[in-house]
Ligand binder design. Structure first.
Ligand SMILES: [Zn+2]
Ligand SMILES: [Zn+2]
Length: 58
């Protein structure tokens, strides 16, 4: 049983996304990388950066 393969981390701060209120979405630029955002980074509008194409967004 694989239990940790889908663990997602916040793209901005690296925290594991486990709490409610966090969000995840595909990169709006390349659509291949999943961007994760924790509640804290959402609240403070911290920018994220796609590790695949380098796209940066709020
Ligand atoms: Zn974060
Ligand atoms: Zn991308």
């Amino acid at each position: 049983m694989l239990s940790s393969r889908t663990e997602l981390k916040c793209t901005s701060c690296g925290r594991t996304l486990r709490t409610s209120g966090s969000t995840q979405f595909l990169c709006p630029s390349c659509g291949e990388e999943t961007i994760g955002r924790c509640v804290r980074c959402r609240d403070q509008s911290v920018t994220y950066r796609c590790p695949k194409c380098g796209f940066e967004g709020p």
